[in-house]
Write a protein that binds this ligand. Structure first.
Ligand code: N01
Length: 534
């Protein structure tokens, strides 16, 4: 049968990606009585948790919060074993959800979507897949993830390396045994910070090539506190509602007060308490930490003192001490990260003053020195938020390519739609809280909003829904205005696209989960204000 002939029966909706977003989207579309199909490039479901299998991978939001809330039965039935679930446990959870809601029969695995074209004459999207399939539907939902398009810098000589190369975001499912190996790790972001302590225990030698140090807070991970679990499960709904009203949509025990309004002793006590309890809630210590440089610096100095107290070699401690704004690059959560640099088999190599010169057949050259390596781990992150979308040929009205529309940075209305691409939705797209929030509630909020919008369009017998250019312009300006009121744009983070050479420097996520949800609800209440429905 020819590829062109292999077309599916008429679908109402196509979903791209079978991670946490795509799975719930499928469930909601089915609930609307629509015929939907999910296309997934991986050989399994799970998205982020399918690909990121590097040693030590685990969530940095507490498991009781990093879970679906759409089903009361599900959230009562599932029992997390640890405060921060590991990647294998998360994948087991996702498998459980897929089985529980019988999602698998509408998911095509090993199927990468290469293009999505809007046919104005019939008002349908047609996707083409890596296997040569063409499938069309009225609605197309991109559940492609914010951190799913890996970034491997084009180091000179990269293809000449004779050893094994790994990227943390595309880890071999069978795992990697580093026993007795000389390992080079490039990068010191969250993925590196989680994997370095574990790889260091296996490897003969671990060389960490650091361009920018990162702040990291101890996880103090452990088994779930049964009393906490009992309390949360006794009234899960209220727990979710109250967390949804917090700035990052997660329980950071947020304190609205200023870090500068209290005495140094009181501030120290607060930071010590948060350090001892562990996790991202450190950032909730004071309401002005991400807005006021002087307030932020008190947190920075506290963490730098912890690094100095942990790392025995003062020169290494100094190199590991960030001078950037705390939280400006995503704050990390670790188990034994800084202490790992006390091990005799771990060497920190500073590549901040001169870039890595080359990857060679036998290893890597930096600062004029050759490091002999058996394998290299690229913990070099992602073409975040836009990469997974712009690598697909997405064409809207008039054949306009999304990649071209976004050449100077992403433009969306609410991070859920982009003008000129009717009936195309993005889950946690740029311009929405997404990565600046607890991802799972953000995913659910978007899926619920999209499902309601699709239901509305269908119920009114309309052909399409499309963001207006005016609403989009105003939203883009607002996203920037909010970002500029904070300290977030002040460092070279992937939030800004700064990690990918040549990517336009635009702050992509929206800061403020509760305000965002309110705006989305208002848009609906005002009859989809800012959208043209026709
Ligand atoms: O990627 P990153 P990641 N030469 O972009 C360095 C989420 N996540 O995969 O900072 C040398 O943060 C780069 O250096 P610099 C989380 O949201 C969550 O670690 O650009 N170095 C940086 O050190 C996170 O933020 C968890 O100077 C180069 C590193 O590579 C996001 O995913 C776990 C380089 C990349 O760090 C991404 O994290 C893991 C070059 N040419 C990830 N290019 C949880 O805990 C890049 N680097 C849930």
């Amino acid at each position: 049968m020819s590829a062109a002939a292999r077309t599916s029966p008429q679908l109402d909706a196509i979903v791209v990606g079978a991670g946490l977003a795509g799975l719930y989207m499928l469930h909601r579309l089915r609930g609307l009585g629509l015929r939907a199909r999910v296309f997934e490039a991986g050989s399994g479901i799970g998205g982020t948790w399918f690909w990121n299998r590097y040693p030590g991978a685990r969530v940095d939001i507490e498991s009781l919060e990093y879970s679906y809330q759409f089903s009361g039965e599900l959230q009562q039935a599932w029992k997390w074993s640890e405060r921060y679930a590991t990647q294998p446990e998360l994948l087991r959870y996702i498998d459980h959800v897929a089985d529980r809601f019988e999602l698998r029969r509408d998911i095509a695995l090993n199927t990468r979507v290469e293009s999505a074209l809007f046919d104005e004459a019939v008002g349908r999207w047609t996707i083409a897949t890596s296997g040569g399939q063409r499938v069309s539907a009225r609605f197309c939902v991109m559940a492609t993830g914010c951190l799913s398009s890996t970034n491997t810098p084009k180091f000179e000589g990269i293809d000449s390396f004779g050893g094994a190369k790994y990227h943390t975001g595309d880890w071999p499912p069978a795992g990697v045994d580093f026993t007795g190996k000389r390992v080079g790790m490039i990068g010191t972001g969250s993925s590196a910070i989680q994997s370095i302590p574990i790889i260091a225990q296996q490897a003969a030698q671990l060389f960490v090539f650091q361009r920018t140090p990162n702040y990291s807070i101890p996880a103090h991970n452990g088994p779930i506190d049964p009393e906490l679990e009992r309390r949360v499960k006794a009234d899960y709904a209220s727990f979710r509602v109250s967390n949804g009203q917090r700035p990052f949509g997660a329980d950071f025990r947020d304190n609205a007060g200023s870090a500068l309004a209290v005495s140094p002793e009181e501030r120290q006590r607060e930071y010590e308490d948060r350090w001892a309890r562990g996790g991202l809630a450190f950032l909730g210590a004071y309401g002005d930490l991400v807005f006021d440089p002087a307030a932020n610096d008190t947190a920075g100095e506290f963490i730098r003192a912890k690094v100095r107290a942990t790392v025995k070699d003062p020169a290494v401690a100094e190199l590991l001490s960030p001078r950037t704004v705390v939280g400006c690059k995503r704050l990390c959560v670790d188990t034994n990260y800084y202490a790992t640099f006390n091990r005799p088999n771990v060497t920190l190599v500073d590549v901040s003053q001169a870039p890595i010169e080359a990857i060679t057949p036998g290893g890597l050259r930096a600062n004029g020195r050759e490091y002999t390596l058996d394998c290299i781990v690229f913990a070099t992150g992602f073409d975040a938020m836009t990469g997974a979308l712009t690598r697909i040929d997405i064409r809207g009205r008039g054949g306009r390519l999304l990649r071209e529309k976004w050449a100077a940075g992403p433009r969306t209305y609410l991070g859920v739609a982009t003008a000129g691409f009717p009936n195309l939705f993005m889950i946690t797209g740029p311009g929405s809280p997404s990565v600046l929030s607890n991802m799972l509630p953000s995913i659910e909020q978007h899926v619920n909003w999209i499902a309601t919008a699709i239901g509305h369009v269908s119920a009114h017998g309309a052909a399409s829904i499309d963001a207006t250019p005016e609403a989009e312009d105003a939203w883009v300006a607002h996203v920037n205005e909010v970002a500029d009121s904070s300290l977030f744009p002040r460092c070279n983070s992937w939030y800004l696209g700064a990690n990918v050479p040549g990517k336009p420097r635009v702050f992509m996520p929206y800061l403020g989960f509760p305000q965002y949800v309110q705006k989305c609800n208002e848009v609906v209440a005002k009859g989809y204000e800012g959208f043209a429905i026709g």
